[in-house]
Design a protein around this ligand. Structure first.
Ligand code: B12
Length: 443
């Protein structure tokens, strides 16, 4: 068979104000360009599991109108997140109309398989690795079912090395490697790999090294983004992981939580091992807003007093911080916009990410807001961009949240504020340790 692997790609925001703002602010545009070009690691992984007797082609689609004519294939396999799922459905409809078998997988359809089946022949629920070969064999033999569910016992030791060789390295400024899946914490709004598996699992470190080696075959000096939700949950494992990545001599970025600031030894290792930046969810500078967000132990609320000091500790080790704030949390009113601006001005994180609270399907937040009749347009998945508001906030109006996001963005991403923050970062690096002063920061 000929299999077309199709990744819905690019980034989305519907709010015209935000789009206009994004086009004019250097900090925003710079960050957008960095992340907008990442390949689908899920599909590259499935490609690696596909038997050699099948031909595999990899496509990234930002604008579905451009996929005309449709590529010749017997099976079209789509990967999408929520924001682009409707575009994915429209494209799958066209393949189906052309008589081509279609399968969709990924976070969104995992939570909404019946909706997806209105537009495709097969839906994969959960992790793709355990079921992909069966899907392909069944399609090949004409005996495919409609829903394939993976069970959560899948071990990342059995994950194949993703087919980076299918990519044109010129197209990307980073490539991704996943070192773990799931997260032991449970934040109400999290719509990440926790939706695929309720088990927190790590990939054997030698496998991570082998994947970076494979990446280096297509790109000698890659910038690696770990597509983990929280890389350093287990600090013992983290040390081995960081040492292994360091041995590869690459520059890298990852996402983790604030507990990294409790471990200066690990931060020093990360800096020496080429870690250029980490992304950490601060969510809000306000205790009332953090209360209850992490649903197991109220972990984020417990750490409110340590947030400011954490920024300095991280950056003094020469690791740049992208501090992320979620606007519109139930415990925050309109004062949150100034509070975030003040926090940022006082602490100087190298990068800042501001997004609005987003009820992704499959999350406890979505269920709660639906129950409370606070979702403005249920099913408007195209608004799940992290920038568009589709719920009624508890302590401000929708309009306040929308304008607050734009105004705060205008302030935070202006050249003046960005330059000032980055100068602050360089001062923190200098305070940390002399050898780090001239460290080049790639973002
Ligand atoms: C890399 C990345 C991107 C890349 C995506 C590249 C791509 N086409 O996949 C880029 C930069 C383009 C991107 C864009 C966006 N992203 Co993004 N991104 C990530 C990131 C950092 C890593 C994802 C990853 O690589 N996971 C590892 C792979 C292996 O997992 P996977 O894709 O889920 O695939 C597995 C299964 O789902 C399944 N599977 C997936 N596809 C298929 C297909 C088939 C046929 C089968 C059988 C199985 C299968 O099998 C795979 C292996 O088990 C995550 C955050 C994180 N830390 O995870 C956010 C994340 C996925 N992004 C998110 C968001 C919101 C966006 C944007 C809406 C942002 C915006 N405003 O534009 C867009 C939407 C793009 C879209 N297609 O809808 C959310 C998605 C939440 C959701 N449930 O939808 C996440 C979780 C971040 C968050 N804050 O919550 N993103």
């Amino acid at each position: 068979m000929r299999i077309a692997l199709i990744a819905m790609s690019g980034v989305r925001a519907h709010s015209p104000e935000l789009t206009a703002l994004g086009l004019s602010l250097p900090g925003f545009v710079e960050r957008g360009k960095t992340i907008a070009s990442l390949p689908s690691l899920g599909l590259l992984t499935l490609a690696a599991l596909t038997d050699d007797r099948h031909d595999v082609d990899y496509y990234e689609v930002d604008d579905i109108a451009e996929m005309d004519p449709l590529p010749e294939c017997d099976l079209a396999a789509f990967s999408t997140y929520t924001a682009q799922v409707k575009e994915c459905y429209a494209l799958a409809d066209r393949f189906r109309a052309a008589g081509i078998t279609t399968v969709i997988g990924g976070l969104h359809v995992t939570t909404m398989p019946d909706e997806a089946l209105e537009h495709c022949d097969i839906v994969v629920v959960g992790e793709g690795e355990p079921v992909w070969r069966r899907v392909v064999d069944d399609v090949d033999s004409g005996s495919a079912g409609e829903i394939y569910r993976s069970d959560t016992t899948f071990d990342l030791a059995d994950a194949p090395i993703p087919r980076y060789d299918l990519l044109d390295p010129e197209r990307y400024n980073r490539l991704t490697v996943q070192t773990q899946r799931g997260c032991p914490w449970r934040c109400e709004f999290c719509a990440s790999s926790i939706l695929l598996t309720d088990r927190y699992k790590t990939k054997p470190i030698e496998k991570v090294s082998a994947e970076i080696e494979a990446m280096k075959k297509i790109w000698a000096d890659p910038f690696v983004e770990l597509s983990d939700d929280n890389s350093f949950v287990n600090k013992h494992h983290a040390r081995d992981l960081v040492a292994a990545i360091g041995a590869q001599g690459v520059k890298w970025f990852t996402e983790t939580d604030i507990s990294i600031a409790d471990d200066p030894g690990l931060l020093a290792m990360m800096s020496d091992a080429g870690c250029r930046e980490i992304l950490v969810g601060f969510e809000s500078p306000n205790a009332a807003a953090l209360d209850g967000i992490e649903m197991k132990k109220n972990w984020k609320h417990q750490r409110i007093d340590r947030l400011r000091a954490a920024v300095a500790t991280i950056q003094e080790h020469g690791v740049a911080l992208n501090a992320c704030f979620v606007l519109g949390l139930d415990g925050d009113g309109p004062e949150v916009f100034d509070a975030v601006a003040d926090f940022v001005d006082e602490t100087d994180p190298f990068d800042v990410q501001i997004t609005v609270l987003t009820p992704f399907p499959g999350t406890p937040l979505y269920e709660r807001l639906l129950r409370e009749d606070r979702i403005i347009e249920p099913g408007a998945w195209e608004l799940c961009t992290l920038f568009d508001v589709n719920y009624r906030p508890a302590n401000m109006t929708v309009r306040q949240l929308e304008t607050g996001l734009v105004e705060l963005g205008r302030y935070i991403y202006s050249k003046e504020t960005t330059d000032r923050r980055r100068a602050g970062f360089m001062r923190q690096v200098a305070v940390g340790a002399d050898p780090h002063i001239d460290r080049e920061v790639a973002t």
